[in-house]
Design a protein around this ligand. Structure first.
Ligand code: PEP
Ligand code: MG
Length: 846
């Protein structure tokens, strides 16, 4: 027998030795990992690797020299074959164990370990072969439950009946058939589609590993199990795994009730008590693997008469929380660098750590319960379709997506929602998996509630009726659905999180601010170490009950004087808003955008609302209705909004500017002087900026005079029309900063309504018209081109101008990469995305 299969003998088959030419792109991750374990001198059974190319040819009917492969192993050894794809997440056919078992081997093993265990071995192999290789009906084999030799003859007879031929006895035939069936399974359409859904390329390859069996059955302490040194959920050091005597493969995990803990445990017997020596050895091996492979691995092992064999090691599965803990501990132990730790955590996964929870002290008005599928709690208005969710998000209204169950069609709606509630499903249903991926609170399987999707109604378990637009809270940590908006507490972020994020901050070279309109948002922004507020949308401050009436009075005012009277009632409320924001942000920059939306958004549209308004204004309903109708616009998003209002109805901006300046003086009394940033929305012409700037300067002068105190402020422009990008040089001459509002800029560049695009976006993405929803990931080619032009011309017009992006794209890692390349100084995103943005930005700089 040759000592090794040399390349000149059969270049398609390689014995894994420390120096064999094995790489992940040619043989797969498992083969590469096994080679690393071999290099560490761990007791890995003899292993042969078949390359992607070899396996591809096997699928096409070209078998390598199977006898030569068998010749690599001890005569009569039993073998197993395992898949080895480039990325373990892409899956692969199941492993087949005990190849080589036949009538002759049965006699031999009966002598060695007794007929009982030998029958068990043979039976296992025939069953696996029947199901996975000969593709016979699994039910027929799984029904056979007679033990020992009788069971074995039943299985062999059953095979012969079903396959219409005797069970193959020749190990070479067995091995060839196993290899062929695994190679073909990989090339099948279903398997290909499944792995492509996980990100595998169309031509992803499969390697195969042929390994000598360490049996796990036999005399003395025999068995198999898995061990890892950390808890997969928390990432904390903890020996976890299971062991089962007289078992093979991953059986210990499949039959938890008959398997053992590894470490001494009050809940039951452990491997530590059963075989302390083997347990210590395993721990040492696992620690060595962690240190040398620089990854937390789960080790698959077998004991044969007490001796440890390491069959395989796979990266420990981990929650996002665990991923961060593991990365930080590896760096703190000096095993990896801080930079590497940063690169090992997926930025989007951070959002799982960051969610608010319902205050334990808060009253809970529970209306239903389901499976707690994704942690965190969120409050929003219920919507019953993904397009409604997107429309709601575009209006800036948090919403809860209520569906019978979700499908890939709903992913965009889930992106837009703050939480998801479904009637069907469990922990691994689509909604649950995607919800966890997005860090979106999610309750699934709330089957006792009534989901009347057609008439957009949700019935509580006690019969209460909730309609579209009603406010509910989903608690993805407890599985409860609650009426209304209970008090929340911010996510508990531990020391490790802050240490990790401080490493990220040390690396990144682009600023990160938050879009925050309320004190709660600003507090979250501070907790997540945003470097200020990049966008405070002031209109959101006027929707509260006590403000909407003066707001409507202001809108209905006939003369500038009447308008001023109504605005005078709003002024102290605005001033108080800004004082609070300045206080929370403690001297960090706060960029306040003046009023943006069309005024009629504040007016009622239904009869009841019109009647209430008529009552409040002491006018006949018909008058109010006529006035509301007359304010309607054909294209409100392109109509009287943004700076156009500031020019046509200047009293609103005057009031806001005064509120900002008075708040500035008030907040500056307490600490460092506040320097507010005031931003004008929807600018398209330089003259708009000049006109508004003159008025704001006049208000500033008046406030300085009245108070006898000085203050500074800076004025900037939102660049969110294509024309503003093109004319950025002259606009920048009148502005301290330019902030690209990529939501409107995307809308206007494509001529694509933010509020309606949801209806057809999935068709567009599915058919490849857009690679991705451009409201989600910045369109680098089109919108991006305008931004590049705006950056270049803006800097040309004003060398010192500060540039930022404050559309939703500011929290999207790919879009941040674009912004950084384009020379943007900072991005601003919703508070919960700030840590995601900080990490994504750090990874770009590493
Ligand atoms: C934008 O248009 O990108 C923006 C930030 O403003 P809003 O979303 O409020 O229109
Ligand atoms: Mg905008």
């Amino acid at each position: 027998m040759p000592d090794t299969l040399r390349q000149d003998q059969d270049p398609r088959v390689t014995l894994i030795t420390p120096s064999a030419p094995i790489s992940t792109p040619s043989h797969g991750g498992r083969a590469k990992c096994l080679q690393r374990l071999v290099r560490l001198d761990l007791p890995v059974p003899r292993t042969v690797a078949l390359s992607f190319d070899t396996v591809h040819r096997i699928a096409a009917g070209e078998m390598p020299d199977v006898v030569a492969i068998l010749g690599e192993f001890a005569p009569g050894a039993l073998l197993c074959v395992r898949p080895s794809s480039e990325d373990p997440d892409w899956g692969g056919p199941g492993s087949v164990l005990n190849i080589g078992m036949n009538d002759a081997a049965f006699v031999e093993y009966s002598e060695r370990m007794g007929p009982e265990l030998a029958s068990d071995l043979y039976k296992r192999f025939v069953t696996a072969y029947a199901i996975h290789v000969a593709r016979l009906d699994p039910d027929v084999f799984e029904e056979i439950d007679s033990p020992g030799e009788e069971g074995l003859s039943d299985v062999l007879r059953c095979y012969e009946d079903e396959a219409e031929e005797p069970f193959p006895q020749d190990p070479a035939v067995q091995l060839a058939e196993v290899l062929r069936s695994m190679a073909r399974a990989w090339e099948g359409t279903t398997a290909r589609l499944l792995r492509q859904a996980k990100g595998a390329p169309v031509d992803a390859g499969l390697g195969l590993i042929v390994q000598e069996m360490a049996l796990g059955l036999g005399m003395g302490e025999c068995g198999s199990g898995v061990l890892q040194l950390v808890n997969s959920e928390t990432g904390q050091p903890q020996i976890t795994g299971r062991y089962m005597s007289q078992s093979q493969g991953r059986e210990a995990l499949q039959c938890e009730q008959s398997s053992l803990y590894l470490e001494r445990d009050p809940r039951g017997p452990s491997l530590e008590e059963l075989a302390p020596g083997a347990f210590e050895t395993l721990k040492d091996y696992a620690a060595l693997v962690r240190c040398k492979l620089r990854v937390e691995m789960q080790i698959e092992f077998t004991l044969e008469n007490g001796a440890v064999h390491i069959l395989d090691a796979i990266r420990v599965k981990r929650s996002s929380r665990a991923a961060l803990q593991i990365a930080v501990r590896l760096a703190n132990d000096g095993i990896i660098s801080q930079q590497e730790a940063l690169m090992r955590v997926e930025p989007r996964g951070l959002s799982e750590l960051l969610h608010r929870q319902i205050d334990p002290e808060a009253e809970r008005d529970a209306i239903g319960r389901g499976v707690a599928a994704s942690p965190g709690a969120a409050t929003g208005k219920i919507v019953f379709s993904s397009s409604e969710a997107q429309a709601s998000a575009a209006r800036g209204e948090p919403c809860i997506l209520v569906r019978r169950e979700t499908s890939p069609e709903d992913v965009r709606g889930m992106h837009a929602a703050v939480a998801v509630l479904t009637e069907r499903g469990g922990m691994t249903s689509h909604a649950a998996v995607i919800g966890r991926g997005l860090g979106l609170p999610c309750v699934v399987g709330a089957a006792r509630m009534g989901f009347r999707l057609n008439d957009k109604t949700l019935l509580a378990e006690d019969g209460r009726r909730f309609r579209e637009g009603d406010t509910l809270t989903v608690d993805g940590s407890s599985g409860q659905v609650l009426a209304g908006a209970p008090k929340m507490i911010e996510a508990a972020l531990d020391e490790t999180f802050h240490v990790f994020m401080s490493w990220a901050d040390a690396e990144r070279d682009i600023g990160i601010r938050a879009n925050a309109d309320t004190p709660a948002d600003a507090t979250t922004a501070r907790n997540f170490a945003a470097q200020g507020i990049g966008l405070c949308r002031t209109e959101h401050m006027f929707f509260e009950a006590e403000r909407i009436t003066p707001m409507r009075e202001m809108i209905f005012a006939d003369s500038p004087d009447d308008r001023k009277t109504a605005l005078a009632r709003l002024l102290p409320m605005q001033r108080a808003d800004f004082i609070e924001l300045f206080r929370i942000m403690e001297g960090m920059p706060v960029c306040i955008r003046l009023f943006d939306p069309p005024l009629h958004e504040f007016l009622p549209s239904d009869r009841a609302g019109l009647r209430d308004l008529a009552e409040a204004l002491d006018l006949p309903v018909s008058d109010v209705t006529r006035r509301v109708e007359s304010m309607g616009e054909y294209n409100p998003m392109l109509g009287m909004r943004g700076v156009r209002l500031g020019i046509a109805v200047p009293e609103i901006y005057d009031m806001q500017a005064r509120a900002i300046f008075e708040a500035t003086l008030e907040a500056s009394k307490e600490g460092a002087p506040v320097v507010p940033e005031i931003m004008l929305p929807l600018v398209s012409a330089c003259r708009e900026v000049e006109l508004v700037r003159n008025r704001i300067d006049a208000v500033a002068a008046a406030v300085r005079n009245e108070r006898g105190r000085d203050f500074d402020y800076s004025l900037g422009v939102m660049v969110e029309t294509p024309r503003a990008c093109l004319r950025a040089d002259e606009i920048a001459q009148h502005a301290h900063f330019l902030s690209f509002g990529t939501n409107d800029l995307t809308q206007m560049t494509y001529g694509l309504s933010r509020d309606d695009a949801g209806r057809f976006m999935s068709h567009y993405v599915q058919q490849g018209v857009f690679p991705e929803d451009p409201f989600h990931r910045l369109d680098a080619e089109g919108v991006g081109e305008l931004i590049r032009v705006g950056v270049e011309r803006g800097r040309k017009g004003n060398g010192g101008v500060m540039l930022s992006v404050c559309g939703e794209h500011g929290g999207n890692p790919e879009s941040i990469a674009f912004c950084r390349n384009a020379g943007i100084d900072y991005v601003s995103c919703s508070p919960f995305r700030v840590p995601v943005a900080r990490l994504a930005a750090a990874q770009l700089a590493i």
